[in-house]
Each structure stands twice: as structure tokens, then as C-alpha cells.
Design a protein around this ligand. Structure first.
Ligand code: MN3
Length: 199
């Protein structure tokens, strides 16, 4: 069973004016699709063909002969998670148990937002900014390079922002800080993060 490009949880223009339909058509339709296609080509006829995406990620991360498989599998996972990390009319601040936990572990939502922006802006080159539940049970903001992701570090992802240039360049050019601001202010899907927190 080959992997399929998972459907977007909204239409390609649903995040406008913050993320354009043009960005979405390239980012989802070309980049995400390419990771799926590459992964399928790389695992075809191997024993990985029947495994879950998470299984493939875990079993290839330390294998230097399978870097291409890991990178494409992880990028398939990361992008699906990223689409769900955003919503039309998203942004603002979380409520409920996640809000309490953010206040407890970061001191305030503002402090969390400051750290998340620092992670996104401070990642040199391509990567991802994350809100995760760490192994010690505390919430943490992290950044990862390229395709790297929390699940191989024993962390549970709650929310992510793609900070590869292809995520924002058509709309924001070199203004990555503005893109991360807009992600927090207008796009972050706190219902999704809450659901991940409860899992
Ligand atoms: Mn991307």
C-alpha cells in the first residue's frame, strides 16, 4: 500500500490573507506531494512498504544508508501535522487545560509566544518550531533542523510551524519574523494542540 497525500483540512485559499493560495498550491501540491512520491519510490519492494509512517521514521533515523527514506517520511509527517497546526481564524490564545499547563510551565502565554518566535526565527536554515510535551512531563518549545522531529526524541508534538523558506517566501520574502508572528496571531490551531495534549 503506497502512501497517499493526506487531504488538506481546509481549502487552499482558506488561510488568506495570511498564507496565500499560491503558497499553499506549491507547498501542499508540490512540496508535500513530492515527499510522498519520493517516499513511495524509495520503499517500493522493501520490507518498509507495509509499515506505518511512524514506524518507518523510527526505524530509519539511525541508519545512514536510509537517510533519504527518513527525510522524506519525516517530511510527510511534519507537513500533515503543520496543516492541522493552522486553522482559518486561528491564532489568539489557548483555553482550558492546555492554557493552564502553558501558564504553569512557561509562566505565561506571552513567555511561551516569545520562546516560540525565538525558536522559529533562530533556527539557522530550514527546519521547524515546535510546542512539545517533553519526556519529563513539561511543555517545551524546541526547534529542529531539516526533517528532524519530536517523535524521535521521545517528545510528543502539540503544534508546529514550518520555517523552511518555501513556507513563507512567496508571501513574506525574507521576513521570517513577520511570518512567525502571523502564525501565532492568526493561524495557530489551539484546538488541535489541545487534542494532542489530551492524548
Ligand atoms: Mn514545508
Amino acid at each position: 500500500m503506497a502512501f497517499k497525500l493526506p487531504p488538506l483540512p481546509y481549502s487552499e485559499n482558506a488561510l488568506e490573507p495570511h498564507i496565500s493560495a499560491r503558497t499553499m498550491s506549491f507547498h501542499y501540491g508540490k512540496h508535500h506531494q513530492a515527499y510522498v512520491t519520493n517516499l513511495n519510490n524509495l520503499i517500493e519492494g522493501t520490507d518498509l512498504e507495509t509499515r506505518s509512517l511512524e514506524d518507518i521514521i523510527r526505524s530509519t533515523v539511525s541508519d545512514t544508508t536510509k537517510v533519504g527514506i527518513f527525510n522524506n517520511a519525516a517530511q510527510v509527517w511534519n507537513h500533515t501535522f503543520y496543516w492541522h497546526s493552522m486553522a482559518p481564524n486561528g491564532g489568539g490564545e489557548p483555553q482550558g487545560s492546555l492554557r493552564e499547563k502553558i501558564n504553569k510551565d512557561f509562566g505565561s502565554f506571552e513567555e511561551f509566544a516569545k520562546l516560540f518566535k525565538q525558536a522559529g526565527v533562530g533556527q539557522f536554515g530550514s527546519g521547524w518550531a515546535w510546542l512539545v510535551l517533553a519526556k519529563d512531563g513539561h511543555l517545551k518549545v524546541t526547534k529542529t533542523a531539516n526533517a528532524d522531529l519530536p517523535l524521535i526524541h521521545g517528545e510528543h508534538a502539540l503544534l508546529t510551524c514550518d520555517i523552511w523558506e518555501h513556507a513563507y517566501y512567496l508571501d513574506y520574502q525574507n521576513r521570517r519574523p513577520d511570518y512567525v508572528d502571523v502564525f501565532l496571531k492568526n493561524l495557530a490551531n489551539w484546538d488541535f494542540a489541545q487534542k494532542n495534549f489530551e492524548e
